[in-house]
Design a protein around this ligand. Structure first.
Ligand code: FES
Ligand code: FES
Length: 383
């Protein structure tokens, strides 16, 4: 056990914790600050955002032991904060929340944006908010609320710390201040196995995963579509071909992840080996608006899986830059790729059989419905 002394929402807290106790669990379970929500529990959705020594931080990936001597502020600690009160009103006026699950983290990040950056353009607000995901609102109201509160403010206007300076913590050890002792924390939740700080199978600075897509059609039928790029690319949600000449293609992929919406335009080279029913595609693209970049390689091979079924073994390697770089995390992207693979398989079967497509061609890859389904699956594994 490790002894920790910190202030939480202005009150001194003295606790003995397991070294692996996470700040979010500690705040919620021991101190009952349940406004700190837990969504993904891997540092992606931002629902657990709190302020630690004046900086926003994801409490689901912060150890309490690292907060010894720190000043922590949760959403409950902002009741008298003027900027937060402006934001609360603006969120209400702009319909920037529905279920409210993301709202404590969203407000905490929004407050940081307003104080740290002041009146910034909307694209920058969206980029700054990219670490906070909302399943309900579509972000228009959230961005509008932040823009409204930030309007006319300068970055220097309110950079004052929301809690006493760290050096003042010495006072917390004084008997004159109320100290809340927490001696018996619950057993710490261990980090999920697929949440390493470094993604699995990193090659050349990229992230790589392998996925198997089952399709109810013979390998010959599957290969007939897979070897025809003009038929197969529209099966990938959000992807479209612009030009195709020999083994060179140009095209677009639209992605919606959280408040970030990008449309990558790029080039790729394609190779096919019909005898082995194998193919590969390697390309890179850039989004002119947000400045995100992506490069990657896909390899696929069609294998028989029973009398009238096939498996497509796909290996993807990618590297994202700019605002989307946080989605390089293998755990989240693996979930996204699995769901996209299922959508792709459905579209591919439809392309083979002529049935209507279950996933609309042209719908953006990702989207908050997809992201939320992933977070929900992590929250409620049985659902
Ligand atoms: S719960 Fe912490 S970032 Fe999602
Ligand atoms: S308001 Fe429901 S998740 Fe954001």
């Amino acid at each position: 056990m490790t002894e920790v002394l910190m202030t939480v929402n202005g009150n001194a807290v003295n606790a003995n914790v397991e070294p692996r106790t996470l700040l979010a669990d500690f705040l919620r379970q021991e101190l009952q600050f349940t406004g700190t929500h837990l969504g993904c529990e891997q540092g992606v959705c931002g629902a657990c955002t709190v302020v630690v020594d004046g900086k926003v931080q994801r409490s689901c990936i912060t150890f309490v032991a690292d907060c010894d001597g720190a000043h922590v502020t949760t959403i409950e600690g902002f009741d008298d904060d003027p900027t937060m009160n402006e934001l609360r009103e603006a969120f209400s006026e702009c319909h920037a929340l529905q279920c409210g699950f993301c709202t404590p983290g969203m407000l905490t990040t929004a407050r940081d944006i307003v104080l740290r950056l002041g009146d910034i353009p909307e694209p920058q607000i969206r980029e700054e908010l990219s670490g906070n995901l909302c399943r309900c609102t579509g972000y228009v109201g959230i961005v509008e609320a932040v823009r409204k509160v930030a309007a006319g403010k300068s970055p220097a206007a309110a950079t004052a710390p929301i809690s006493p300076s760290r050096t003042a913590l010495g006072d917390a050890r004084s008997p004159s201040l109320p100290t809340r002792a927490v001696d018996k924390p619950r057993p710490p939740r261990t980090l999920p196995a697929d949440q390493p700080s470094a993604p699995a199978n990193v090659a050349d600075g990229g992230t790589s995963i392998e996925e198997h897509v089952r399709v109810a059609a013979s390998p010959e039928q599957v290969w007939a579509v897979l070897s025809d790029l003009r038929r197969v690319v529209p099966c990938v949600p959000g992807a479209e071909i612009s030009t195709l000449a020999g083994d060179d293609l140009t095209g677009k992929v639209r992605i919606a992840l959280g408040p970030i919406k990008v449309a990558f335009s790029g080039q790729a080279k394609v190779g096919m080996d019909a005898a082995r029913r194998e193919g590969w595609m390697s390309g890179r693209g850039r989004d002119a608006g947000q400045g995100s970049s992506a490069e990657g390689t896909a390899r696929w091979k069609v294998l028989a899986d029973g009398p009238n079924a096939s498996v497509i073994a796909v290996t993807l390697t990618w590297k994202l830059g700019g605002p989307l770089a946080q989605f390089n995390r293998a755990g989240l992207v693996r979930d996204i790729v699995r769901r996209l693979a299922a959508a792709f398989a459905g579209n591919l079967e439809a392309a083979i059989t002529g049935a209507p497509r279950p996933a609309q061609a042209g719908a953006a890859l990702g989207g908050f419905r997809l992201i939320w389904s992933i977070i929900k699956a992590r929250l409620f594994p049985g659902s």
